[in-house]
Design a protein around this ligand. Structure first.
Ligand SMILES: Nc1ncnc2c1ncn2[C@@H]1O[C@H](COP(=O)(O)OP(=O)(O)O)[C@@H](O)[C@H]1O
Ligand SMILES: [Mg+2]
Length: 258
């Protein structure tokens, strides 16, 4: 059996992030499903919430306070996007199944404290593709908080011992101040590079590019797990990543700690 691959698909590539109402990009969702067909052995997918989550999270200020109406509206909204993804995968012949973080995760002050994933192992044994997503989740300190897809991938990769992690977002990788893709980032070089990295250009409650890189540098540092951030909006890139071709920015451990 091959090792586990965890692939995150950014909300920015499957939804219209500039929209003021939740708006999906069905052609992009279908394209991504086609790229995954045939290369989904031991694959866990995680997609961002995009405009299906960030708009309500901002409107109800869900990262700051408990709000029952906002919680329900946000969770129902991100589930609609997840269902679109599941249906697109099914129509392309990929057996994706939903795993809603609201139902299997517990946060402590914004960080995952518990996550039930025994069923994810059985799903992989049965050749299914679990599909998780950014969601609103109960939090022992704050009542609720937003759990980003970026935090999910690093947690799950660590706990399940993934050996391939990819983050498909909407830039070529992590860019420097001249817009050039930084080939690799390690825990040792991150401090110098972080001045170039900020949040998202859209409504984003989970940290944009900086949030991703922080999660993945920490994962390289603490669990020796490498990852890649690449442009998932360019047709063919998701398949390239799944086939093991080197693209985007490589986030890895420092050479001396290997
Ligand atoms: N140095 C950087 N390199 C690439 N993207 C950056 C950088 N700094 C900030 N960003 C922003 O982060 C965005 C990606 O994060 P985000 O919008 O949260 O995407 P996703 O939907 O994939 O999570 C980019 O589109 C860009 O606007
Ligand atoms: Mg994001």
């Amino acid at each position: 059996m091959t090792g586990i691959t965890v692939l995150k698909i950014g909300g920015s590539i499957i939804t219209d992030r500039s929209s003021h109402i939740p708006r999906a990009l069905p052609e992009e969702i279908n394209r991504i499903a086609r790229e995954i067909f045939g290369v989904y052995d031991n694959l866990i997918l995680v997609h961002g919430a995009g405009s299906f989550g960030h708009i309500f999270a901002r409107q109800f200020r869900l990262t700051e306070r408990f709000d029952a109406r906002g919680l329900i509206q946000t969770h129902c909204s991100v589930k609609i996007l997840n269902t679109m993804m599941i249906k697109a995968l099914a129509s392309e012949g990929v057996p994706g199944v939903p795993v809603h973080p609201f139902c299997n995760c517990l946060l402590e002050d914004g960080r995952i404290n518990e996550m039930f994933f025994s069923h994810i192992r059985v799903m992989l044994d049965q050749k299914l593709v679990p599909v998780l997503h950014g969601d609103v989740v109960m939090d022992t300190v704050k009542g609720i908080d937003i759990l980003s897809g970026d935090q999910i991938i690093s947690y799950i990769a660590d706990k399940l011992g993934a050996d391939k992690i990819g983050v498909g977002s909407n830039t070529e990788g992590v860019l420097d101040d001249e817009g050039i893709t930084i080939p690799s980032i390690t825990p040792g070089t991150f401090d110098k590079i972080r001045v170039y990295i900020t949040g998202s250009s859209h409504t984003d409650v989970t940290g944009g590019m900086l949030g991703k890189v922080q999660e993945l540098v920490e994962l390289a540092d603490t669990a020796n797990i490498e990852s890649r951030i690449f442009n998932g909006a360019i047709p063919g890139n998701i398949r390239k990543f799944l086939e093991g071709i080197s693209i985007g920015t490589h986030i890895r451990m420092d050479t001396q700690s290997q």
